[in-house]
Design a protein around this ligand. Structure first.
Ligand code: UDP
Length: 340
């Protein structure tokens, strides 16, 4: 019988791509989401891509302990992937209790239920835990640094909650995946990023500028100590990133873990500057982008990219899609949205 994976926050950008890959790898999936930061567009897209019109969907808030327990009681959940969290850095600074309340309580409820039911736990963490690294690329053993926002802090605290729980409770096991910068969209253009309001992230801002929804892209800072003065990041294709989750779930469920709590960097290992990304976007899509240099954005680190060799070796996973494919997919998705 197929193993069952619960995807909390499964209607969002990353969750929907992960759901597709899980289904295509033969897992049964239950999608749960409170729809606080998305609509049904991606969920409908997932059903179309996979041909699974009957894909189970539960509208629920993971902060409600009774709902979480009921879900775990009603289904045999072999693994849970936890995405359900608020993610806007700036808002987390303005409303820290909203972030601590939501992101920590929901994960605590998931951990409690997983502990009782024996479900494996995959937590979606972030490269933000590394702060501004002294040595590049960062490995999983690179030190974590004090978070610069409540959002970043919730990622660190949730990692610790998982680590400590695995250590204390027999049978509980988990993996934290530290994502670098996930970008792009599914090649079908049926699912992708749907930012509400003005996008904070670079690629949705680029695609919205290219389509004419925004007047001009501001490149935050061109006086960084990098080759071209703009920040460097490790942009990871969303489909590649989603596939890493399938590898991590199978590692947990097929008894392949070396420790009961493991951490993996999910990135390409290749740095790209903001300017390089902008130029690649223009070239591959044949569009001209209106951009200007603007002051640095507070909280941005100069440069960070992954050493993904642990994930390559242990998960048998590797980023495969080129930046050109990824940026073409992001553009196709934006155009699709515009035609709706
Ligand atoms: N960035 C930019 N203009 C924007 C949005 C982002 O120049 O409108 C830059 C930002 O300063 C950073 C990079 O793009 O160097 C990636 O930012 P993003 O918010 O996408 O991800 P982060 O690395 O902050 O998680």
């Amino acid at each position: 019988m197929a193993k069952c994976v619960l995807v909390s926050g499964g209607a969002g950008f990353i969750g929907s791509h992960v759901t597709v890959e899980l289904i295509q790898a033969g897992y049964d999936v239950i999608v749960a989401d409170d729809m606080s930061n998305c609509d049904l567009t991606c969920f409908e897209g997932v059903k179309k891509i996979t041909g699974r019109e009957d894909l189970p969907f539960v509208k629920m808030n993971f902060c409600e302990e009774e709902s979480v327990n009921a879900l775990f009681n009603d289904h045999q959940i072999d693994a849970v992937i936890h995405f359900a969290a608020f993610k806007a850095v700036g808002e987390s600074v303005a409303e820290p209790l909203k972030y601590y309340g939501n992101n920590l309580v929901s994960f605590m409820n998931v951990l409690q239920a997983a502990r009782i039911k024996g479900s494996a736990v995959l937590f979606s963490s972030s490269a933000t835990v590394y702060g501004e690294p002294d040595i590049l690329p960062v490995t999983e053993r690179s030190p974590r640094q004090s978070a610069t926002s409540p959002y970043g802090n919730t990622k660190q605290i949730c990692e610790d909650m998982l680590r400590d729980s695995v250590k204390a409770y027999d049978g509980l096991r988990g993996i934290a995946l530290r994502y670098f910068n996930p970008i792009g969209a599914h090649p079908s253009a049926l699912i992708g990023e749907l930012p509400r309001g003005v996008p904070n992230n670079l690629v949705p801002f680029i695609t919205q500028t290219a389509i004419g929804k925004r007047e001009c892209l501001s490149i935050f800072g061109n006086d960084y100590p990098t080759p071209d003065g703009t920040c460097q990041r490790d942009y990871i294709d969303i489909v590649d990133l989603a596939k890493a989750h399938v590898c991590a779930v199978s590692r947990m469920l097929d008894g392949k873990m070396k420790e009961d709590y493991e951490i993996f960097n999910i990135g390409t290992g290749k740095p790209l500057s903001v300017l390089e990304l902008v130029n690649a976007f223009q070239k591959v899509n044949g569009v001209r982008l209106n951009y200007r240099f603007a002051p640095r954005r507070s909280g941005d680190v100069t440069a960070i990219w992954a050493d993904p060799s642990l994930a390559n070796r242990e998960l048998g996973w590797k980023a495969e899609r080129s930046i050109e494919e990824t940026l073409a997919a992001a553009w196709a998705w934006e155009q699709k949205l515009a035609n709706k």
